[in-house]
Design a protein around this ligand. Structure first.
Ligand SMILES: [Zn+2]
Length: 444
């Protein structure tokens, strides 16, 4: 029986062990567990195989990151970074079928918080890093392995801190691969057969959390009072929340829709009044793709007033805005018109969008690696409506892709597993992903 490479044999155990470290990140320093213990363990696994590792805290105690480098054949070429975050979002054990931090294997799946986001990819990366070192495999160019803190709260105590304070850790890195790409989506074809598409992430929307403040005259609630901060704010929030921003097809989304149209026979005509309805026919992935057609501005928080008969002099709201590449200036103009003259806005968080092209040697290498393991498949680019650590690395001029390959069962609602209850990853998919990454890293 072919048990596969050493990396393939190790990967499942590594992912289970990673899940057993509770690295819950609540976004609040008081309740966030930190990555230190997990990072120390990762460093040990790499040292075991002969690596020198760098463990560095990013801006707060216990927020630990691990770096290691494997020299390649052509050291004049820029290095490729393979990055993964060690933190996870919290999980409520009472809601789960198995304990979220047990790292259990059941029904052919590894279960637990982080199974797809993203201790799966972290495990695959460690397994391959160990195998390359032990077997003396020399990749075509330098590989930098990076295991990071705080992605789930935006990377303030992780990637963004490192990029700002320790850019030396990324010396010579020109390209990078990370999470939320390389997984399969099975689509029906007009002749009744099916086709597996692998979605490579080439773009991300910007994350812009906006605070709105209305200020006006305070006063008694029983009097005539035209100048009311709560009214101004409520009107602005309602206008923003109901607004539909224009349909803008960026290159990644256009290429994705063209490829899926070709495979499925569905008509994704941008002029169609129900483009979103057609996209919804793609199943759960439609929730991701549908959100990449336009900017969005969803009101999420409101605060005003302290007593029923006192008109307060200010009112505040927070709006979660997600902005397409190339749209920031137009988006801000549109927002200013909607909120009107009595409301001011400021950014609580403003992380740029990102987009790269679906071409070049690295894309060819991803493509070849996937097709070597799944010859009938097809790779397509797509945009993530959220964000990853790629936003930080892009600031250093690093070209980033989402490439954490998984071959998934056609009926699995993959999108729902991210931050979801009963997060899990197929054991076979982990082995598949390890083989694909092995091929990729030998040919990058
Ligand atoms: Zn993630």
């Amino acid at each position: 029986m072919n048990r596969g490479s050493q990396a393939e044999q190790e990967v499942v155990d590594l992912v289970c062990r990673l899940i057993q470290f509770d690295t819950s990140n609540t976004g609040d320093p008081a309740t966030t567990k930190g990555e230190r213990a997990c990072a120390e363990w990762v460093a040990e696994q790499l040292q075991d195989a002969g690596y020198e590792t760098t463990l560095v805290d990013s801006g707060a105690p216990g927020r630990s990151n691990v770096f290691a480098r494997l020299p390649g054949a052509d050291r004049s070429r820029g290095a490729l970074m393979i990055h993964g975050h060690l933190d996870v979002v919290p999980a409520e054990p009472a809601d789960w079928s198995v304990h979220p931090f047990a790292g259990a294997i059941e029904d052919g799946y590894v279960w637990g918080r982080g199974a797809v986001d993203m201790k799966d990819m972290v495990g695959m990366t460690i397994a391959l890093a160990r195998q390359f070192k032990r077997d003396g495999i020399v990749p075509p160019r330098d590989l930098v392995f990076a295991f990071l803190a705080d992605e789930e709260a935006g990377g303030k105590f992780g990637s963004h801190w490192l990029v700002e304070h320790r850019p030396d850790l990324f010396d010579g890195v020109t390209e990078a691969v990370g999470e939320v790409g390389g997984y399969s989506l099975t689509v029906p074809r007009p002749d009744g057969s099916e086709r597996r598409l692998y979605l490579l992430e080439t773009a991300e929307k910007g994350i812009a959390w906006m605070k709105l403040t209305a200020k006006a005259r305070a006063g008694h609630g029983s009097f005539l009072h035209e100048d009311n901060a709560v009214t101004y704010l409520a009107e602005a929030v309602a206008r923003l929340g109901r607004h539909r921003f224009p349909l803008v097809l960026t290159e990644s989304v256009e290429q994705f829709l063209a490829a899926v149209a070709e495979e499925t026979g569905l008509d994704f005509d941008p002029a169609s009044p129900d483009l979103e309805g057609t996209i919804a026919k793609l199943g759960s992935i439609g929730r991701i793709i549908g959100a990449t057609l336009r900017d969005t501005a969803n009101p999420t928080m409101l605060r005003a007033g302290y007593k029923a008969n006192v008109i307060p002099q200010s009112a505040e709201a927070v709006v979660d805005c997600r902005v397409l590449p190339g749209r920031q200036a137009s988006f801000e103009r549109e927002v200013d018109e909607l909120i009107g003259p009595h409301v001011e806005r400021e950014w609580v968080t403003n992380l740029d969008s990102y987009e790269t092209t679906f071409d070049g040697d690295l894309v060819d290498a991803m493509n070849a690696a996937l097709l070597s393991e799944d010859p009938g498949a097809r790779t397509v680019p797509y945009m993530l409506p959220g964000g990853t650590d790629a936003k930080a690395f892009a600031k250093l001029g690093i070209r980033c892709f989402g490439f954490a390959p998984l071959k998934l069962p056609p009926d699995l609602d993959f999108a729902a597993l991210f931050h979801g209850v009963d997060e899990r990853v197929p054991v076979d998919a982990l082995r598949f992903g390890t083989r694909v990454l092995d091929h990729f890293l030998r040919n990058c």
